[in-house]
Design a binder for this molecule. Structure first.
Ligand code: GDP
Ligand code: MG
Length: 683
């Protein structure tokens, strides 16, 4: 472990970036190159050998994918680039979203042959949510069929982005830099030697179109430059960089770089571009937050302000709970007490670490703009704001997600039971997209998550990381219920309970109405009933009992007893009968009225519907489309271009279980699909 550092970091020299992509676009390969060139890693680990450094969890290496977002630091030309590696698989989108929330810019990696892919679009939408500045690295330019111009077009057409070429790859594995007006060639085992040359007239002419598109974009961004460009004069590179930087910070343009990570071609100009163009933490607009009075305030990224940070990930390390946080304001030292305004808990930070992949080193203090790892927090969890105790406020939280798939899990033997529960507890803390439900009747434990791969990997971790022997059932989708139409019930509740020689009478009447709401609109409770007989005054205890009764009655649906949603519940009338209308009697009467109104309305079982996109070679289009229809997919759109067919549809999740394997065999392994939860619905 490194010695404690106390010098405040110079934030103007820090860039917090994420690298995001559709699976297989080359994100991990690119990241490995970056680590190598910046000296952060001395040996390039290739993905196919299962030893890439960022993919440090064993599961990731086995599946050849990236799951855990790990922070890695790369010193580059007097700056520090902090990379948060983001996973490409759709089951782990929350990891992408969590990291985007705390980034200052993203590099989106594209496959130069495939162009914009489903997951590229998902990542794009997520980045839109946070107004995150984005650059592109068009990768795999070494592959036959790669087309830079077409990729830029796709960014404009499909993503509605504003692509601006900064670098153009040439067929001889060199790069023309349009701003610096230089040509780079890469040599050495890992392309670590970059030779700078002049661009001859022929080459310059061959990239004229891209050059023109850069100049037009720059002219749009800066009036002075517009004049220079109009006069057909050469603009000053520094002025062009400045215009591009401002344009990126305002999210008006998307600077584009290109090359091939695998062939060590074009990566260093991308790194230079990150330094030149991406905003430093202090260049980012202030974040919005809410005070305890509900007022909206702006939090400036200011080391001298009151402390505020956002916890964006919880991870167990060496059996201890650690919290990743981005500091937005103020400073922090070990021993400081923090407030979690969501719960009102105060917690003490025992240690502050600098994180670098799976390694961590102790810090004496940390400042606004930094991403740090905190030990000692027992309760703060993903999405929590952490503040100084006298300045409570809530930063914009991270969106919660609906787990859609369940996996019944049981211990391999009764002796393992406790161990399993403990391990599950730890896994659940790390991953807010997981839930553990216990079936009250069967005692069966069901782990719920975002998809098959997600659950499979958690299950594997339980066995490998925690050494628990466990069995799992078949994955099953989560069911929710709603009602089919309006329902009403006028209910008289009357019980006499014998207690030896005495007896207690419970009596109350309640009228309830229920109505369906739109999908995804949630539950509402309108509980301000007329109290009869007229003129009866009720105390607070009675009001609470009525409220509680309404909720008791609307917990589950009438079909399978699944969680009820999208229902408007109203309690219209409550009639009291003197002393026999105790709070217990009233609560029971209201609950029963609501429950009966729901039964009367009639229930519908709803299952997860996934917004699905399937991309296949044109020749498998017919087969794949037919198969999707047989799975009950609602086809929304089909597009065929460049020999590739894209099918956009909505599909019930239960019909997509095992689809990865089916799709592979229908397309000789060339088909891809992605899905995203849309809503619970009866389809
Ligand atoms: P990720 O899923 O985005 O992290 O993609 P990976 O980095 O794991 O790469 C997916 C596959 O594409 C691997 O087999 C890589 O070796 C390969 N690959 C990555 N970059 C390039 C490239 O520039 N050119 C070619 N031809 N293959 C590449
Ligand atoms: Mg990867």
């Amino acid at each position: 472990m490194a010695k404690g550092k106390s010098t405040p970091v110079d934030l103007s020299h820090v860039r917090n970036i994420g690298i995001a992509a559709h699976i297989d676009a080359g994100k991990t390969t690119l990241t490995e190159r970056v680590l190598y060139y910046t000296g952060a890693s001395h040996k390039i680990g290739e993905v196919h050998d299962g030893e890439a450094r960022m993919d440090w969890m064993e599961e990731e290496q086995e599946h050849g994918i990236t799951i855990t977002a790990a922070v890695t630091k790369c010193p580059w030309k007097d700056h520090l680039i902090q990379i948060v590696d983001t996973p490409g698989h759709v089951d782990f989108t929350i990891e992408v979203e969590r990291s985007m929330r705390v980034l200052d810019a993203a590099v989106i990696v594209m496959d130069g042959v495939r162009g914009v892919e489903p997951q590229t679009e998902t990542v794009w939408r997520q980045a839109n949510q946070f107004e995150l500045p984005r650059m592109f690295f068009v990768n795999k330019m070494d592959r036959p069929g790669a087309d830079y111009g077409r990729c830029l077009e796709a960014i404009r057409e499909r993503l509605e982005g504003e692509p601006v070429p900064v670098c153009v790859p040439l067929s001889d594995d060199s790069i023309v830099h349009l701003v610096n007006r230089e040509r780079y060639t890469f040599s050495g085992d890992m392309g670590e030697h970059v030779a700078v040359g002049e661009v001859d007239a022929d080459t310059w002419a061959s990239v004229a179109e891209h050059r023109e598109s850069l100049l037009l974009a720059v002219a749009d961004l800066d009036e002075e430059l517009a004049e220079v460009i109009l006069m057909e004069e050469e603009p000053d590179p520094d002025a062009v960089w400045a215009a591009l930087k401002a344009g990126l910070a305002q999210n008006r343009i998307n600077p584009c770089f290109a090359g091939s990570a695998l062939r060590n071609w074009g990566v260093q100009p991308l790194l230079d571009g990150v330094l030149k163009l991406c905003p430093a933490p202090l260049d980012r607009p202030p974040s919005t937050a809410t005070t305890s009075d509900g007022d909206e305030v702006l939090v400036e990224m200011d080391p001298d302000g009151p402390f505020a940070a956002l916890a964006f990930k919880v991870q167990m390390m060496g059996g201890r709970r650690h919290v990743f946080a981005r500091i937005y304001s103020g400073r922090l030292a070990p021993g400081d007490q923090l407030l979690v305004p969501r719960t009102g808990d105060k917690e003490r930070v025992a240690r502050v670490f600098d994180v670098d992949a799976a390694r961590k080193s102790k810090l004496d203090s940390a400042y606004a703009g930094q991403i740090v790892l905190l030990a000692g927090l027992r309760k703060a969890t993903t999405g929590d704001t952490l503040t100084s105790p006298d300045h409570p406020l809530l930063l914009e939280p991270i969106r919660a997600m609906n787990p859609v798939l369940g996996l019944a899990i049981e211990a391999g033997s009764s002796r393992e039971e406790e161990k399993l529960l403990e391990a599950l507890g730890k896994v659940l803390e790390e991953d807010p997209t997981l839930r553990l439900d216990e079936d009250a009747e069967t005692g069966q434990r069901v782990l719920r998550g975002m998809g098959e791969l997600h659950l499979q990997i958690v299950f594997e971790r339980l066995q490998r990381e925690y050494g628990v022997s466990a069995r799992a059932g078949k994955p099953d989708v989560v069911v929710r219920e709603s009602i089919a139409g309006p329902g009403r019930c006028d209910n008289l509740f009357h019980r006499v309970i014998d207690q030896g020689d005495a007896s207690i009478e419970l009596k109350a009447r309640a009228v309830a109405e229920v109505e369906p709401r739109g999908r995804g609109e949630g539950m509402t409770f309108d509980v301000a009933p007329a109290i009869l007989p007229a003129g009866t005054s009720v105390n607070a205890g009675m009001e609470e009992a009525i409220q509680a009764g309404a909720r008791d009655g609307a917990i589950c649906g009438p079909v399978e007893g699944a969680v009820l949603q999208d229902v408007a519940v109203a309690v219209l009338e409550v009639e009291l009968f003197g002393p026999s209308s105790s709070v217990h009697a009233v609560r029971a009467a209201v609950a029963e009225a609501v429950r009966k109104a729901i039964v009367h309305a009639g229930g519908v079982a709803m299952r997860p519907i996934m917004a699905t996109e399937v991309v296949v070679p044109e020749e498998s289009f017919g087969t794949v489309l037919g198969d999707l229809q047989a799975r009950g997919a609602l086809i929304q759109d089909t597009v065929t271009a460049h020999g590739v067919a894209t099918i956009t549809c909505e599909t019930p999740l239960q019909k997509l279980l095992g689809y990865t394997t089916n799709l592979r065999s229908m397309t000789q392994g060339r088909g891809q699909f992605s899905m995203e939860f849309s809503r619970f619905d009866a389809l």
